[in-house]
Design a protein around this ligand. Structure first.
Ligand code: GLA
Ligand code: ZN
Length: 671
């Protein structure tokens, strides 16, 4: 399937800001010449161009954009056209201060920066709708325009009086009455009971700051505010021409909004990926591979890599340039996971502004004689060679990890265990990494979207603290029909509305798991307990739960401290399937060995039927296997048969050498 029907190819290009260079018209021609050299076929245009497009209120200047799009089209370069709402012109903020955001201290911000509007402001909405409509009327029918890029990296929230009113309305819709709100937020505690809707304000460090259920609702509200704003922009574009798909560029796993919900507002999922290469590259790759799989999972479809850096960024603590090989390797990672593009921030480096030293395809020297430019050309060529894989994104994952935003928020707001260090995201990444490093494809689902009948062999539910409505029945059905479920510590403690379950924990799953949990102990950094499984001893850190194995078989017990001898890892047969419970955070080598065992029991195939050396990973897309070496030395690998590398044409029989920071895209000679 294609995400961009007007141009069904791998997209190669990036953020392009000719609006910053209007005083130097030759730059446009030079850019187009260089783009063709680098095999760039698509640029994201106008992302922050509002001040150029509407220099005065109601006065539009499209002449420069007409020229740019026209010249790009003549050169065969497509356009991902942005709405400019990511940053507003000064005149707008000056005349209508209500468009500016109010922060958690109830301070109205001043003009400046970006991504800081009020999503409720009727004036802001009207102005955005007007310019979006004008853009759509002018360009939606242009053959160069293949995609709408709504705004840029939505983030944060506003607490102005208009947003407070929306918040109260959101709560009215959710709870029906103040009485019900009081019950769900347990406001009997600390005399927090509300007697008038007007008393209800957003959470704030100088106000209501400590109620977890309220905070989780605030995140739900924030997600809704952002989604409503996206829908408003989408509607403005669609009312002119519904044929061009719409995307927003997302950011990693981004905690502020529920990306599963937000993805429903757009046609195409895209995201901006900026790994810090040059320290632990395998770890960085696993973190970004996880997000690629999350992005693919949001709609169960391919996704776009909307931004990445061709060299370095300027906002990491330490900004490293890419080592030889890393640009091609890191550009192949999203493709291995289903991306239909490799796009960059940014095409040409500006001479000033906050990002004047951020990496770009074309630097201040303005030439093609750089390592970065040559690296980009290499990716452009690779994308052409990989064209046969374009509409072959199937991954057929047999492993599903539950990754649930309300659960994440609830754990972080719960005020228990390890303050500010519950590490849900890191834990999910560790579980993912155990599968990913061994070549097992993984889907992500949240509790709401998980379907017990989608054919998964293994479902892992790490730290599933909040049991959203329906998930217990779904997990039960999954195990009953033969699935393997792995639940872990902190599981099944609170309900979707944030209240602790009364009775045994994990609520309504105790009979499936054959255990019940009693206490949660938190360990300081550097402290550890131990357990032994299958002949090896593993460290247990951070969170250790005391559990009772009522009917489950104890596979492993704690070995240290007064908990020695009490269960830590259990197995329970239920229906046709098996449910495991892991009561503590176990080190990564355990997760590798344990998940490998479960996957073998379920006969789940790996991308490549071969054991690869540490640092080398394989992922399958269609009939091709992307073998990636994140290590600093070449590695010999064994291959199960004869293969050809799509990138170089090299043929391999039974073995291959993968260069340091190198990548092979192998197809079997029988395919
Ligand atoms: C984000 C933004 C871009 C730019 C890059 C820099 O992804 O969307 O506008 O600021 O970061 O890395
Ligand atoms: Zn507001």
């Amino acid at each position: 399937m294609t995400l961009t029907p007007r141009f069904p190819r791998f997209l190669h290009g990036g953020d392009y800001n000719p609006d910053q260079w209007l005083k130097d018209p030759e730059i446009l021609e030079e850019d187009i010449r260089l783009m063709k050299e680098a095999k760039v076929n698509c640029v994201s245009l106008g992302i922050f161009a509002w001040a150029q497009l509407e220099p005065e209120e109601g006065v539009y200047d499209f002449a420069w954009m007409d020229r740019v799009i026209g010249r790009l089209w003549e050169a065969g370069i497509r356009v991902d056209l942005a709405t400019p709402s990511g940053a507003r012109p000064a005149w707008l903020a000056q005349k209508y201060p209500e468009v500016l955001r109010v922060d958690e201290y109830f301070r109205r911000h001043h003009f400046g920066g970006r991504h800081n509007h009020c999503p409720s402001s009727p004036v802001f909405r009207e102005k955005v709708r007007a310019i979006d409509t004008a853009l759509a009327q002018r360009y939606a029918g242009h053959p160069a325009v293949i995609l709408w890029h709504i705004s840029n990296e939505f983030s944060g929230d506003c607490r102005c009086p208009l947003c407070q009113e929306k918040w109260r309305q959101f709560l009215r819709d959710r709870y029906g009455s103040l009485e019900a709100l009081n019950d769900h937020w347990w406001t009997g505690f600390w005399s927090m009971r509300y007697t008038d809707w007007a008393q209800v304000e957003s959470p704030s460090p100088i106000g209501q700051d400590a109620n977890p259920a309220m905070w989780v609702d605030w995140r739900r509200f924030s997600t809704k505010q952002c989604g409503d704003f996206i829908l408003m922009e989408k509607e403005a574009l669609r009312s002119v021409d519904p044929s061009v798909p719409v995307t927003v560029n997302m950011m990693q796993r981004f905690w502020d909004y529920d990306y599963f919900d937000l993805a429903e507002t757009v046609d195409v999922v895209s995201w901006d990926s900026y790994p810090l290469w040059g320290t632990d590259d395998l770890r960085a790759a696993s973190e970004h591979a996880m997000t690629h799989d999350l992005m693919r999972s949001l709609k169960d479809r391919p996704f776009l890599l909307m931004e990445s850096t061709p060299s370095l960024v300027n906002w990491h603590q330490v900004n490293k340039i890419k080592r030889p090989g890393m640009h091609l390797l890191s550009s192949m990672l999203p493709l291995a996971h289903g991306a239909q593009s490799v796009m960059y921030f940014q095409w040409r480096k500006g001479r000033g502004g906050a990002e004047m030293f951020h990496g770009a395809v074309v630097g201040h020297d303005g030439t093609d004689r750089t390592r970065t430019f040559r690296g980009v050309c290499e990716v452009g060529e690779a994308l052409q060679k990989l064209a046969p894989l374009y509409d072959r994104p199937e991954r057929e994952a047999k492993v599903c990890i539950l990754f649930d935003y309300p659960n994440w928020w609830a754990l972080d707001y719960a005020q228990m265990g390890r303050k500010g260090a519950m590490h849900y995201d890191e834990t999910v990444n560790a579980y993912y990494r155990a599968f990913w490093e061994q070549g097992y494809a993984v889907d992500f689902r949240d509790s709401r979207r998980f379907d017990p009948e989608s054919g998964y062999g293994i479902v892992v539910a790490p730290m599933l603290f909040m049991l959203r409505d329906g998930i217990e029945e779904k997990l039960r059905a999954f195990v009953r029909r033969g699935g393997t479920l792995v639940m872990t510590y902190c599981g099944g403690v609170i309900s979707e509305d944030g209240l602790a379950f009364t009775g045994q924990v994990p609520h309504a799953l105790t009979d499936v798991l054959g255990i019940r949990t009693e206490e949660l102990d938190a360990l300081c950094d550097g402290e550890a307990n131990r357990m032994t499984w299958d002949g090896n001893t593993y460290a247990l850190t951070e969170l250790c739960e005391l559990i009772h194995a009522d009917t489950a078989e104890v596979l492993s017990a704690y070995e240290d401290d007064y908990t020695a001898g009490t269960p830590c890892l259990t197995r329970h047969a239920y229906g046709e399937g098996t449910a495991y419970y892991l009561a503590a955070q176990a080190e990564e080598t355990f997760l590798h060995a344990f998940f490998r065992r479960l996957a073998e029991e379920k006969a789940i195939p790996r991308a490549l039927d071969a054991d690869l050396p540490k640092g080398v990973v394989a992922q399958k897309r269609g009939n091709a296997v992307f073998v990636q070496n994140y290590g600093g030395a070449a590695q010999e690998i064994a291959l199960p048969g004869r293969f050809t590398d799509l990138l170089t044409g090299a043929a391999f029989d039974g073995k291959a050498s993968v260069p340091a920071r190198g990548v092979l895209v192998l197809t079997g000679n029988d395919d």
